[in-house]
Design a protein around this ligand. Structure first.
Ligand code: CP
Length: 307
């Protein structure tokens, strides 16, 4: 089977790619949680190139690459020649001269990973580009829900918060739909695109969410760093759109799950009690992030391998 060179978006993947990566994630999780290593990337070089901050994505990609026996180089933008004005293009040329096989890139501008992928033989993995896409997050989210429910077919997932600026919302909702789930969006009217624009039901209050009877409530952080000025009155956010203690009781009664890509702002998206809720899957998401990224790395086929 010809596997793709790059992982840029969920849209670019076939159903076979999606199911193969998810199935392989289970195998990788057994290796990872069993404190084992695999040799599938022995001799390969992996670069993480993050122009935006990250805790989960970067550390789990690096751990995943090491679990597969790759050599890992961490590129630190703040201490690199980027601060002296070196362009992305010249940075990539420089690093490709070191024979990288995989480049994992995060950038504030949508489309940068795709530009890099066209330009070099390494497999390029989009670790988040602007408000565009975050495909590895979609894989770890889907795998987490497959573990919980076996199948996503017929499940109802409402994504709550700043949809407009969220690459997670775009990639994860498309992934969930391709696996047979129904997706809805809820949040401040200024931060939720219209149904005419997305084809996804748009709610602006919790009453409608509860009437819709979700199996999963997926909270998103408000991305103030992508707004020039506030899109809503910040002081009211938790009461209007967060999981308060009262809403948590209602979700508990419905046996609904809570997810969040992180970082969580306690007291904004989620009350403290929601972090300890029996159906809070946030730590499962982080754990599965390592296995999903091992699967992605082992599935892609860099052009450097045919040199
Ligand atoms: N979910 C996610 O992308 O988290 P980080 O920003 O910590 O990588």
């Amino acid at each position: 089977m010809n596997t793709p060179k790059d992982l840029l978006t969920i849209e670019a993947l076939s159903d076979e790619d999606i199911h193969s990566i998810l199935d392989r994630t289970a195998e990788m999780k057994a290796i990872f949680t069993g404190r084992q290593n695999s040799n599938v990337l022995a001799g390969r070089s992996v670069l993480t190139l993050f122009y935006e901050p990250s805790t989960r994505t970067r550390s789990s990609f690096e751990l995943a690459a090491r679990k597969l026996s790759a050599d890992v180089t961490t590129f630190s933008v703040a201490t690199s020649s980027v601060v002296k004005g070196e362009s992305v293009h010249d940075t990539i040329d420089t690093l490709m001269s070191m024979h990288m096989d995989y480049i994992i890139v995060r950038h504030k501008n949508s489309g940068i990973p795709g530009v890099i992928a066209k330009h070099c033989k390494a497999s390029v993995i989009n670790a988040g580009d602007g408000a565009h896409a975050h495909p590895s997050q979609a894989f770890l989210d889907a795998f987490t829900l497959r573990e919980k429910f076996d199948s996503l077919a017929g499940k109802r997932i409402v994504i709550v918060g700043d949809i407009l600026h969220s690459r997670v919302a775009r990639s994860t909702s498309l992934m969930m739909q391709r696996l047979g789930a129904s997706v809805a969006y809820m949040g401040p009217g200024s931060l939720v695109p219209t149904t005419a624009h997305t084809g996804i039901p748009r709610f602006t209050d919790w009453d409608t969410v509860f009437e819709w009877h979700p199996d999963v409530v997926y909270l998103l952080r408000v991305q103030n760093e992508r707004m020039d000025s506030p899109f809503f009155p910040a002081a009211d956010y938790h009461q209007a759109f967060g999981v308060t203690e009262e809403r948590l009781l209602r979700l508990d009664a419905m046996d609904a799950c809570i997810m969040h890509p992180g970082p969580v702002n306690r007291g904004v998206e989620l009350c403290d009690a929601a972090m300890d809720y029996r159906n809070n899957l946030v730590c499962n998401q982080v754990e599965n992030g390592v296995a999903a990224r091992m699967s992605i790395l082992s599935y892609l086929h860099p052009s450097t391998l045919s040199l």
